[in-house]
Design a protein around this ligand. Sequence first.
Ligand code: TXA
Ligand code: MG
Length: 333
Amino acid sequence: MKTVVYKPSPENIRLLADLLRRGETVAFPTETVYGLGADALNESAVAKIYAAKGRPGDNPLIVHLYDPAQLKDVALSVPPMAYELMSAFTPGPLTLIFRKKPEIPDCVTGGLDTVGVRFPAHTAAIRLLRETDRPVCAPSANLSTRPSPTTAQHVLADLDGRIPAILDGGPCEVGLESTIVDVSGDRPRLLRKGGIPAEALLPYTGPLETVETADKPLCPGMKYKHYAPEAEVFFSAYYDGMSDTIAAKYDELVSAGKRAVILCLDGNAAKYGDRALYRMGPDFTTYARNAFAALRRADAEKYDAVIAEGVHSAGIGGALINRLIKSSGGKVI
Ligand code: TXA
Ligand code: MG
Protein backbone atom coordinates (compact mmCIF):
# COMPACT_ATOMS: atom_id res chain seq x y z
CA MET A 1 0.00 0.00 0.00
CA LYS A 2 1.24 3.47 -0.85
CA THR A 3 1.05 6.02 1.98
CA VAL A 4 0.24 9.54 0.77
CA VAL A 5 0.82 12.68 2.86
CA TYR A 6 -1.84 15.41 2.39
CA LYS A 7 -1.91 19.08 3.37
CA PRO A 8 -5.17 20.19 5.04
CA SER A 9 -6.78 21.89 2.03
CA PRO A 10 -10.59 21.74 1.84
CA GLU A 11 -10.43 19.20 -1.03
CA ASN A 12 -8.01 16.98 0.89
CA ILE A 13 -10.12 17.12 4.06
CA ARG A 14 -13.11 15.96 1.98
CA LEU A 15 -11.06 13.19 0.40
CA LEU A 16 -9.74 11.94 3.75
CA ALA A 17 -13.18 12.12 5.40
CA ASP A 18 -14.41 10.01 2.53
CA LEU A 19 -11.64 7.46 3.13
CA LEU A 20 -12.65 7.27 6.82
CA ARG A 21 -16.32 6.80 5.94
CA ARG A 22 -15.33 4.01 3.53
CA GLY A 23 -13.62 2.10 6.36
CA GLU A 24 -9.99 3.09 5.80
CA THR A 25 -7.48 4.41 8.34
CA VAL A 26 -6.19 8.00 8.19
CA ALA A 27 -3.48 9.49 10.40
CA PHE A 28 -4.26 13.05 11.50
CA PRO A 29 -2.75 15.76 13.69
CA THR A 30 -4.06 16.69 17.11
CA GLU A 31 -2.63 19.23 19.54
CA THR A 32 -1.17 16.35 21.63
CA VAL A 33 0.25 13.79 19.19
CA TYR A 34 -0.76 12.41 15.77
CA GLY A 35 -3.60 9.87 15.89
CA LEU A 36 -4.41 6.95 13.58
CA GLY A 37 -8.14 7.26 12.97
CA ALA A 38 -10.88 4.92 11.82
CA ASP A 39 -14.69 4.92 11.92
CA ALA A 40 -15.42 3.78 15.49
CA LEU A 41 -18.67 2.11 14.43
CA ASN A 42 -17.02 -0.03 11.72
CA GLU A 43 -15.33 -3.11 13.18
CA SER A 44 -13.27 -3.96 10.12
CA ALA A 45 -11.98 -0.39 9.95
CA VAL A 46 -11.00 -0.54 13.63
CA ALA A 47 -9.22 -3.87 13.02
CA LYS A 48 -7.00 -2.06 10.50
CA ILE A 49 -5.73 0.25 13.27
CA TYR A 50 -4.59 -2.69 15.42
CA ALA A 51 -2.97 -4.36 12.40
CA ALA A 52 -1.11 -1.24 11.24
CA LYS A 53 0.26 -0.47 14.72
CA GLY A 54 0.87 -4.02 15.91
CA ARG A 55 -1.22 -3.07 18.94
CA PRO A 56 -2.45 -5.65 21.51
CA GLY A 57 -6.22 -6.14 21.04
CA ASP A 58 -7.07 -5.62 24.72
CA ASN A 59 -5.78 -2.04 24.67
CA PRO A 60 -8.80 0.24 24.14
CA LEU A 61 -8.93 3.23 21.79
CA ILE A 62 -10.05 6.81 22.43
CA VAL A 63 -13.04 8.06 20.42
CA HIS A 64 -12.58 11.53 18.93
CA LEU A 65 -15.56 13.88 18.51
CA TYR A 66 -15.96 17.47 17.29
CA ASP A 67 -19.27 18.35 18.95
CA PRO A 68 -20.54 17.55 22.48
CA ALA A 69 -23.90 16.74 20.86
CA GLN A 70 -22.24 13.56 19.51
CA LEU A 71 -21.79 12.28 23.08
CA LYS A 72 -25.31 10.84 23.07
CA ASP A 73 -24.21 8.38 20.34
CA VAL A 74 -21.24 7.16 22.38
CA ALA A 75 -21.78 7.55 26.15
CA LEU A 76 -24.56 5.94 28.17
CA SER A 77 -24.55 8.70 30.75
CA VAL A 78 -22.63 11.94 31.22
CA PRO A 79 -22.32 13.02 34.86
CA PRO A 80 -22.48 16.77 35.72
CA MET A 81 -18.76 16.78 36.63
CA ALA A 82 -17.95 15.75 33.07
CA TYR A 83 -19.83 18.74 31.66
CA GLU A 84 -17.86 21.02 33.98
CA LEU A 85 -14.56 19.47 32.91
CA MET A 86 -15.58 19.74 29.27
CA SER A 87 -16.52 23.39 29.53
CA ALA A 88 -13.19 24.14 31.23
CA PHE A 89 -10.82 22.04 29.12
CA THR A 90 -12.32 21.00 25.79
CA PRO A 91 -11.62 21.13 22.99
CA GLY A 92 -8.20 20.27 24.37
CA PRO A 93 -5.90 17.55 25.72
CA LEU A 94 -8.41 15.84 28.05
CA THR A 95 -9.95 12.37 27.61
CA LEU A 96 -12.96 11.40 29.70
CA ILE A 97 -14.01 7.80 30.35
CA PHE A 98 -17.78 7.17 30.30
CA ARG A 99 -20.00 4.11 30.47
CA LYS A 100 -20.41 3.17 26.83
CA LYS A 101 -23.38 2.81 24.51
CA PRO A 102 -23.88 -0.78 23.29
CA GLU A 103 -23.41 0.46 19.70
CA ILE A 104 -19.70 1.02 20.35
CA PRO A 105 -18.04 -2.24 19.32
CA ASP A 106 -15.92 -4.26 21.76
CA CYS A 107 -12.88 -3.89 19.53
CA VAL A 108 -12.86 -0.13 20.30
CA THR A 109 -13.07 -0.57 24.06
CA GLY A 110 -11.04 -3.76 24.49
CA GLY A 111 -14.21 -5.42 25.78
CA LEU A 112 -14.67 -2.88 28.61
CA ASP A 113 -18.11 -1.40 29.34
CA THR A 114 -16.55 2.08 29.24
CA VAL A 115 -15.34 4.30 26.41
CA GLY A 116 -12.73 7.07 26.29
CA VAL A 117 -13.83 10.29 24.55
CA ARG A 118 -11.80 13.28 23.51
CA PHE A 119 -12.45 16.56 21.66
CA PRO A 120 -9.16 17.55 19.99
CA ALA A 121 -8.39 21.26 19.60
CA HIS A 122 -6.25 21.11 16.44
CA THR A 123 -8.18 22.88 13.66
CA ALA A 124 -7.27 20.29 11.02
CA ALA A 125 -8.54 17.52 13.33
CA ILE A 126 -11.80 19.39 13.95
CA ARG A 127 -12.30 19.97 10.22
CA LEU A 128 -11.66 16.30 9.45
CA LEU A 129 -13.98 15.08 12.23
CA ARG A 130 -16.73 17.48 11.18
CA GLU A 131 -16.48 16.44 7.53
CA THR A 132 -16.45 12.73 8.49
CA ASP A 133 -19.35 13.25 10.93
CA ARG A 134 -18.85 9.91 12.68
CA PRO A 135 -17.08 9.04 15.92
CA VAL A 136 -13.45 8.41 14.97
CA CYS A 137 -11.38 6.19 17.25
CA ALA A 138 -7.67 6.89 17.20
CA PRO A 139 -4.64 5.74 19.16
CA SER A 140 -1.33 7.54 18.75
CA ALA A 141 -0.11 6.93 15.18
CA ASN A 142 3.14 5.17 16.07
CA LEU A 143 4.13 1.53 15.85
CA SER A 144 3.24 -0.03 19.20
CA THR A 145 5.98 0.66 21.85
CA ARG A 146 7.67 3.43 19.79
CA PRO A 147 7.66 7.10 20.88
CA SER A 148 4.41 8.85 19.95
CA PRO A 149 4.57 10.85 16.70
CA THR A 150 4.46 14.64 16.86
CA THR A 151 4.98 15.32 13.13
CA ALA A 152 3.64 13.76 9.93
CA GLN A 153 7.22 12.62 9.19
CA HIS A 154 7.27 10.57 12.42
CA VAL A 155 4.05 8.86 11.35
CA LEU A 156 5.52 8.14 7.94
CA ALA A 157 8.70 6.72 9.51
CA ASP A 158 6.61 4.15 11.46
CA LEU A 159 3.62 3.45 9.22
CA ASP A 160 4.79 3.99 5.61
CA GLY A 161 3.17 1.27 3.48
CA ARG A 162 0.83 0.24 6.35
CA ILE A 163 -1.82 3.00 6.05
CA PRO A 164 -3.22 4.85 3.02
CA ALA A 165 -3.06 8.47 4.19
CA ILE A 166 -1.56 11.01 6.58
CA LEU A 167 -2.97 14.51 7.09
CA ASP A 168 -0.02 16.83 7.72
CA GLY A 169 -1.00 19.61 10.13
CA GLY A 170 2.53 20.51 11.20
CA PRO A 171 4.21 19.76 14.54
CA CYS A 172 1.97 19.14 17.57
CA GLU A 173 1.69 21.97 20.06
CA VAL A 174 1.58 19.99 23.34
CA GLY A 175 3.72 17.02 22.31
CA LEU A 176 2.44 14.61 25.00
CA GLU A 177 -0.85 12.72 25.01
CA SER A 178 -4.09 13.78 26.67
CA THR A 179 -4.80 13.53 30.38
CA ILE A 180 -7.29 10.70 31.01
CA VAL A 181 -9.93 11.04 33.73
CA ASP A 182 -12.40 8.25 34.45
CA VAL A 183 -15.80 9.74 35.34
CA SER A 184 -17.70 6.47 34.87
CA GLY A 185 -17.70 5.41 38.53
CA ASP A 186 -18.57 6.84 41.94
CA ARG A 187 -15.32 8.75 42.29
CA PRO A 188 -13.23 10.36 39.53
CA ARG A 189 -9.85 8.73 38.84
CA LEU A 190 -6.81 10.07 37.00
CA LEU A 191 -5.78 7.24 34.66
CA ARG A 192 -2.98 8.97 32.75
CA LYS A 193 -1.14 12.24 33.23
CA GLY A 194 -1.08 14.39 30.11
CA GLY A 195 -1.57 17.77 28.51
CA ILE A 196 -3.90 19.11 31.23
CA PRO A 197 -1.98 19.21 34.53
CA ALA A 198 -3.55 17.14 37.31
CA GLU A 199 -3.64 20.14 39.65
CA ALA A 200 -5.79 22.08 37.15
CA LEU A 201 -8.44 19.35 37.37
CA LEU A 202 -8.80 19.36 41.14
CA PRO A 203 -11.15 22.39 41.44
CA TYR A 204 -13.62 20.45 39.29
CA THR A 205 -13.04 16.89 40.48
CA GLY A 206 -12.08 17.24 44.11
CA PRO A 207 -9.64 14.56 45.33
CA LEU A 208 -8.49 12.38 42.43
CA GLU A 209 -7.45 8.78 42.86
CA THR A 210 -4.16 8.45 40.97
CA VAL A 211 -2.72 5.12 42.03
CA GLU A 212 -0.68 3.55 39.30
CA THR A 213 1.59 0.58 39.86
CA ALA A 214 3.46 -1.55 37.36
CA ASP A 215 1.41 -4.67 38.12
CA LYS A 216 -1.92 -2.85 38.40
CA PRO A 217 -2.15 -0.11 35.78
CA LEU A 218 -5.38 1.91 35.76
CA CYS A 219 -5.25 2.34 31.99
CA PRO A 220 -5.08 -1.02 30.22
CA GLY A 221 -2.54 0.48 27.82
CA MET A 222 -0.09 1.53 30.50
CA LYS A 223 1.03 -2.04 31.24
CA TYR A 224 2.81 -2.31 27.89
CA LYS A 225 6.33 -1.24 27.03
CA HIS A 226 6.05 2.36 25.93
CA TYR A 227 7.61 5.29 24.13
CA ALA A 228 10.90 3.42 23.73
CA PRO A 229 13.51 4.41 21.16
CA GLU A 230 16.28 1.98 20.14
CA ALA A 231 18.71 3.92 22.31
CA GLU A 232 18.92 3.12 26.02
CA VAL A 233 17.24 5.96 27.97
CA PHE A 234 18.28 7.18 31.42
CA PHE A 235 16.18 9.68 33.32
CA SER A 236 17.56 11.93 36.03
CA ALA A 237 15.51 12.99 39.01
CA TYR A 238 15.18 16.78 39.37
CA TYR A 239 17.40 18.31 42.05
CA ASP A 240 20.14 20.90 42.46
CA GLY A 241 23.11 18.71 41.58
CA MET A 242 21.33 16.98 38.69
CA SER A 243 23.73 18.18 35.98
CA ASP A 244 26.76 16.69 37.81
CA THR A 245 25.06 13.27 37.99
CA ILE A 246 24.11 13.49 34.32
CA ALA A 247 27.61 14.54 33.24
CA ALA A 248 29.12 11.64 35.24
CA LYS A 249 26.70 9.14 33.63
CA TYR A 250 27.54 10.54 30.19
CA ASP A 251 31.28 10.16 30.82
CA GLU A 252 30.81 6.61 32.11
CA LEU A 253 28.87 5.64 28.96
CA VAL A 254 31.37 7.30 26.65
CA SER A 255 34.34 5.59 28.31
CA ALA A 256 32.50 2.30 27.78
CA GLY A 257 32.54 3.08 24.05
CA LYS A 258 28.91 4.27 23.79
CA ARG A 259 27.64 7.34 21.95
CA ALA A 260 25.45 9.32 24.35
CA VAL A 261 23.39 12.51 24.13
CA ILE A 262 21.90 14.65 26.90
CA LEU A 263 18.41 16.22 26.71
CA CYS A 264 18.65 19.53 28.55
CA LEU A 265 16.94 22.89 28.88
CA ASP A 266 18.71 25.70 27.00
CA GLY A 267 19.60 27.38 30.27
CA ASN A 268 21.53 24.31 31.50
CA ALA A 269 23.52 23.68 28.30
CA ALA A 270 26.68 25.44 29.52
CA LYS A 271 26.92 23.03 32.50
CA TYR A 272 27.68 20.11 30.17
CA GLY A 273 30.75 21.59 28.43
CA ASP A 274 31.36 19.97 25.05
CA ARG A 275 29.26 16.85 25.67
CA ALA A 276 26.65 16.04 22.97
CA LEU A 277 23.35 17.82 23.72
CA TYR A 278 19.87 18.22 22.34
CA ARG A 279 18.56 21.57 23.58
CA MET A 280 14.92 21.19 24.53
CA GLY A 281 14.07 24.88 24.49
CA PRO A 282 13.72 27.44 27.28
CA ASP A 283 11.18 25.73 29.58
CA PHE A 284 9.23 22.58 30.46
CA THR A 285 6.56 23.36 27.86
CA THR A 286 9.07 23.27 24.99
CA TYR A 287 10.81 20.27 26.57
CA ALA A 288 7.48 18.39 26.58
CA ARG A 289 6.68 19.51 23.03
CA ASN A 290 10.04 18.24 21.73
CA ALA A 291 10.61 15.18 23.93
CA PHE A 292 9.26 12.42 21.66
CA ALA A 293 10.92 14.04 18.63
CA ALA A 294 14.25 14.03 20.48
CA LEU A 295 13.97 10.30 21.25
CA ARG A 296 13.35 9.61 17.55
CA ARG A 297 16.19 11.92 16.52
CA ALA A 298 18.59 10.03 18.80
CA ASP A 299 17.78 6.84 16.88
CA ALA A 300 18.14 8.57 13.51
CA GLU A 301 21.55 9.86 14.62
CA LYS A 302 22.53 6.40 15.92
CA TYR A 303 23.08 7.31 19.56
CA ASP A 304 23.35 4.33 21.91
CA ALA A 305 22.11 6.23 24.95
CA VAL A 306 19.97 9.25 25.85
CA ILE A 307 20.22 10.90 29.28
CA ALA A 308 17.20 13.10 29.99
CA GLU A 309 17.18 15.92 32.52
CA GLY A 310 14.44 15.74 35.12
CA VAL A 311 11.88 18.50 35.62
CA HIS A 312 9.68 19.45 38.56
CA SER A 313 6.25 17.91 38.58
CA ALA A 314 4.05 21.03 38.31
CA GLY A 315 2.17 21.80 35.10
CA ILE A 316 3.14 19.69 32.09
CA GLY A 317 6.13 18.45 34.14
CA GLY A 318 4.09 15.63 35.69
CA ALA A 319 3.27 14.10 32.31
CA LEU A 320 6.78 14.69 30.96
CA ILE A 321 8.33 12.85 33.93
CA ASN A 322 5.86 9.99 33.43
CA ARG A 323 6.73 9.57 29.71
CA LEU A 324 10.48 9.87 30.19
CA ILE A 325 10.50 7.31 33.01
CA LYS A 326 8.42 4.93 30.87
CA SER A 327 10.73 5.38 27.90
CA SER A 328 13.69 4.65 30.19
CA GLY A 329 12.04 1.43 31.34
CA GLY A 330 12.51 2.74 34.91
CA LYS A 331 16.25 3.57 34.64
CA VAL A 332 16.28 6.63 36.90
CA ILE A 333 19.69 8.01 37.89
O1 TXA B 1 -3.71 12.60 23.19
C1 TXA B 1 -4.18 11.47 23.02
O2 TXA B 1 -4.93 10.94 23.86
C2 TXA B 1 -3.80 10.74 21.74
C3 TXA B 1 -4.41 11.49 20.55
C4 TXA B 1 -4.21 10.78 19.25
O3 TXA B 1 -5.76 11.72 20.79
N1 TXA B 1 -4.25 9.39 21.77
C5 TXA B 1 -3.66 8.44 22.53
O4 TXA B 1 -4.15 7.16 22.32
O5 TXA B 1 -2.76 8.67 23.30
P1 TXA B 1 -3.41 5.85 22.82
O6 TXA B 1 -4.23 4.75 22.26
O7 TXA B 1 -1.99 5.89 22.47
O8 TXA B 1 -3.61 5.86 24.37
C6 TXA B 1 -4.91 5.69 24.87
C7 TXA B 1 -4.87 5.23 26.31
C8 TXA B 1 -4.41 3.79 26.44
O9 TXA B 1 -3.51 3.68 27.53
C9 TXA B 1 -5.72 3.08 26.74
O10 TXA B 1 -5.53 1.93 27.53
C10 TXA B 1 -6.52 4.14 27.47
O11 TXA B 1 -6.20 5.32 26.80
N2 TXA B 1 -7.97 3.93 27.36
C11 TXA B 1 -8.74 4.03 26.27
N3 TXA B 1 -10.03 3.71 26.54
C12 TXA B 1 -10.07 3.41 27.85
C13 TXA B 1 -11.11 2.99 28.75
N4 TXA B 1 -12.35 2.79 28.34
N5 TXA B 1 -10.76 2.76 30.04
C14 TXA B 1 -9.49 2.97 30.48
N6 TXA B 1 -8.48 3.35 29.67
C15 TXA B 1 -8.76 3.56 28.39
MG1 MG C 1 -0.04 5.57 22.35
